[in-house]
Design a protein around this ligand. Structure first.
Ligand SMILES: Cc1cc2nc3c(=O)[nH]c(=O)nc-3n(C[C@H](O)[C@H](O)[C@H](O)COP(=O)(O)O)c2cc1C
Length: 159
């Protein structure tokens, strides 16, 4: 079983979760490649504008421009997709990645990192972008970096 863990992370929580997932899979003898989606346009790092801009980007699903995708997603058996929740939605970088990577017939697991544990419309939206694939599991993880010791246990439910 060849696993891909692809993620976008603005503040490090989803990156942390992705690394924990890689460790967990590899401890079970399942290799996993990590791929970070890098957005060209991100919200400001602090203040009101961080939430206003990020929220606007997510609500409009604006394409922030991403680095060219350099992996063949269709060479993997299972694809884990990690993302932060912005204004109850996924960042536009996730949509842009799926469009460029063009997965077909893959089993996908969606992992949403949030502040409060409610992913809102996120899974519904991402399922729509993944037509032709199967979303086999979804998971919300709240405040990952504030409670790092709980993350692996939560991830057990999706592997
Ligand atoms: C622009 C913006 C909007 C956010 N909106 C929500 C939200 O609607 N619900 C929520 O629970 N957390 C929200 N958060 C918190 C993030 O989802 C949470 O901190 C997440 O773990 C961030 O992941 P990251 O560190 O990988 O970027 C928001 C954060 C930002 C920056």
């Amino acid at each position: 079983m060849k696993n891909l863990i692809v993620y976008y992370s603005f503040e490090g929580n989803t990156a942390f979760v992705a690394e924990e997932l890689k460790e967990l899979l590899e401890a079970k003898g399942e290799p996993a490649d990590l791929y970070e989606i890098k957005a060209k346009k991100n919200p400001p790092e602090k203040g009101f504008l961080k939430f206003a801009t990020g929220g606007f980007y997510a609500l409009t699903q604006k394409d922030p421009g991403i680095d060219p995708v350099e992996i063949d997603i269709n060479s993997y058996d299972k694809v884990f997709i990690g993302m932060p929740i912005w204004a109850s939605n996924p960042p536009g970088a996730i949509k842009a990645f799926i469009k460029q990577a063009a997965p077909v017939g893959k089993d996908c697991v969606l992992i949403a990192c949030s502040g409060g544990g409610n992913s809102g419309k996120t899974f519904e939206k991402v399922r729509g972008y993944l037509q032709g694939n199967t979303v086999v599991k979804t998971l919300d993880i709240a405040a990952a970096k504030a409670h790092p010791e709980t993350v692996k246990e939560k991830l057990e439910s999706v592997i």
